[in-house]
Ligand binder design. Structure first.
Ligand SMILES: Cc1cc2nc3c(=O)[nH]c(=O)nc-3n(C[C@H](O)[C@H](O)[C@H](O)COP(=O)(O)OP(=O)(O)OC[C@H]3O[C@@H](n4cnc5c(N)ncnc54)[C@H](O)[C@@H]3O)c2cc1C
Length: 452
């Protein structure tokens, strides 16, 4: 298949980009691993569930309707269930390699003059004793079960960790009939006040969540953390404790909360695999872009959470700017002036930066991780082994820790355990340099070389 622009990811950023480029005359192919468009924020229930009121689980439904209807009326070719594992640079353009369907064994290629990366982000999960028990899920995972599967993860939940995502998760679960025993937020509300001006636009949204928490009688514990999840073969409760100003657990403040579900998350990280394998420059953990959302690799744009965690509104604005730029640049012209869009972008970015600074993971979270806690779930590597790699075997960087322990060598390739291993060892997080964004069957790799 040939196209002018391959947009990878059909969340808010990818949808806005695809529609902007299509409206300006490009042939656009939109590729996503999910069965429906929408990404994380507008995740839709599976069609077979025949949800009668899907909007009940969503904010900003009119925006979603506009995107959905725009896509249906556009010339965009939308490929669902396509898992992109690599984008290859060719002498002219790019080849997008994907695997089809849930089995992810059948290869498909899309040849494009340019690519736009809109692959979003994923949750940062930090380990603690008991976190591998059935009943412990990520906050976004609980949200995905609710929005995508119309199911709740349990009857009595604690929502914990840090970050603004905990609010929609707690209120969403409560509205769906789950008894939310507590919302345990590590951040200090005083920090939020410090970023007042940058967060002013978020106040109405925050007030709305506060009202919903009150209505559902959800107890909010700020500057608290979960120190242990309890249970034999599934979760029966958690111990939470207060944090001091330095982010250390205050001894004597522990309390037990019975629950069958713990939805836990510590903020989000951008997906950068495809950008990294294309050789795009990163700025810290995010893909670096200019004010047209161009990366430093000619013909590659990036938008949405892969360029920085900032919420759906920012992803939409960046996607639009990227789509407009790609349409113009592929025709050899400059994009139409977008002063208003750039102004709103800069406002949204400063409020995203303020949120990021206001919700750091607790500084001393690693103190709570006992040596027998599994850190890398794929390879079943404990915190003790990871610490031993540094303290006894002399590892001084993450790659050596990985080679000595196998932490990060499994199915997820360190996406889940990477931040935890960095935090436990004190090693500097480094780019992953994964050649592939997904596990790929050897037969597919062998055939990919044929005819080239
Ligand atoms: C689990 C989770 C739950 C969230 N819930 C909320 C919420 O309730 N409220 C809120 O305000 N914000 C939420 N967020 C944040 C929200 O996702 C973003 O603000 C917004 O959706 C970002 O839009 P995006 O287009 O950049 O990325 P996304 O919406 O994440 O879209 C990225 C798309 O790329 C696709 N993709 C990624 N990699 C590949 C690949 N290799 N091949 C093919 N397709 C790929 C994904 O399937 C996805 O559809 C959540 C984030 C996560 C990770």
């Amino acid at each position: 298949m040939r196209t002018d622009l391959a947009v990878l990811g059909a969340g808010p950023a990818g949808l806005a980009a695809a529609l902007a480029a299509d409206a300006r005359g490009l042939r656009v192919t939109l590729v996503d691993s999910a069965a429906e468009a929408g990404g994380q924020f507008y995740r839709q229930p599976a069609a077979a569930l025949r949800a009668s009121r899907p909007q009940a689980l969503h904010h900003q439904w009119p925006t979603w309707r506009r995107l959905r209807d725009g896509l249906a009326a556009s010339g965009v070719v939308f490929l669902t269930d396509h898992h992109v594992w690599c984008v290859e640079r060719k002498s002219a353009g790019f080849t997008v390699h994907a695997l089809l369907g849930p089995e992810q064994e059948e290869p498909v290629s899309v040849h494009a003059d340019a690519v736009l990366l809109a692959t979003g982000g994923y949750e940062r999960v930090l380990p603690f004793p008991g976190w591998t028990l059935p009943g412990v899920v990520t906050a976004g995972g609980a949200q995905a079960m609710l929005k995508g599967g119309l199911v709740v993860p349990g009857r009595r939940a604690v929502v914990a960790g840090t970050g603004p995502l905990l609010l929609p998760v707690a209120t969403g679960l409560a509205a769906a009939g789950v008894e939310v025993a507590a919302l345990v937020e590590a951040a200090d509300p005083g920090r939020l006040a410090r970023y007042g001006p940058a967060l002013a636009a978020k106040l109405p949204e925050g007030a709305g969540y506060a009202a919903r928490l009150l209505r559902h009688r959800v107890r909010l514990h700020t500057r608290h953390t979960v120190v242990r999840a309890h249970g034999e073969d599934r979760l029966t409760g958690v111990t939470v404790a207060a944090l001091d100003a330095d982010g250390r657990v205050r001894p004597g403040t522990e309390r037990h909360i019975p629950c069958d579900t713990l939805a836990v998350g510590h903020g989000m990280l951008p997906h950068t695999d495809l950008a990294e394998s294309l050789g795009c420059r990163l700025d810290g953990p995010t893909v670096a872009v200019d004010d047209e959302q161009r990366t430093d690799v000619p013909g590659v744009w990036a938008a949405g959470e892969s360029t920085g965690i900032g919420g759906a509104a920012l992803a939409l604005a960046e996607g639009h700017i990227a789509g407009v730029s790609a349409a113009a640049r592929l025709r050899g012209t400059a994009p139409e002036p977008a002063a208003a869009a750039l102004k709103s972008l800069s406002r949204l970015r400063s409020s995203a930066a303020a949120l990021d600074a206001a919700y750091p993971p607790p500084a001393h979270w690693a103190d709570q991780v006992t040596d027998d806690t599994v850190v890398c779930r794929c390879e079943e590597v404990t915190a003790g082994a990871v610490r031993g790699a540094v303290e006894e075997l002399g590892a001084g960087d993450l790659r050596t820790v990985k080679l000595l322990t196998r932490a990060g060598m499994g199915w997820c390739q360190g996406r889940v355990c990477g931040p935890a291993v960095a935090g436990l060892t004190g090693c500097e997080p480094t780019p992953s340099r994964r050649p592939f964004a997904r596990p790929v069957p050897l037969g597919v790799l062998a055939r990919a070389g044929e005819g080239d």
